[in-house]
Design a protein around this ligand. Sequence first.
Ligand code: 5GP
Length: 169
Amino acid sequence: MRVLVRHEEIVDICKKLGAQLTKDYAGKQPLVACVLKGACPFHSELIKHIDLDIEVDYIHVSSYKGTESTGTVVFKKDFDIDITGKDLIIVEDIVDTGVTLSTLKPILESKGISSLKFVSMLDKPSKRKVEFKPDYVGKTIEDLFVIGFGLDLDEKYRNLKDIYVYNED
Ligand code: 5GP
């Protein structure tokens, strides 16, 4: 398998995004929420580089892709923290069709939060089925299936420290 993003580059990405978030949220105490399970390693690295009094929480959502442009999101695990009035930052592993986050967005917006931004470690804009643009992106990639650093194939490979292209041929 070919390495696409080395661990050192991922850490660099987290340092850059962390510095940007530190600047953009100066004077605030955002709630930085990880979307289980794939975003866990990225979220864990990223929060080390946010120099603010942040809060952390974890959500687990399942998206059922219905038609090409619609989806349904079910919370397998909701926030532990009451998100009313919070500056919410959602941390995701990868945006592909955009269905999951574009479906999640209005649900979160209806919960009385102060602000909402999305951070994604990877972005595959060429795969979009619905319009969705994460506010912060670690790295934009081609239309490739990737594994490692949280990204799985049937729950395997999440523990790999680098990100690989799975079965390219
Ligand atoms: P979408 O944006 O299509 O709604 O879904 C995003 C989700 O699909 C991601 O959170 C991730 O779980 C999964 N996904 C999309 N592309 C890939 C990929 O290249 N590799 C892996 N392992 N999962 C992916």
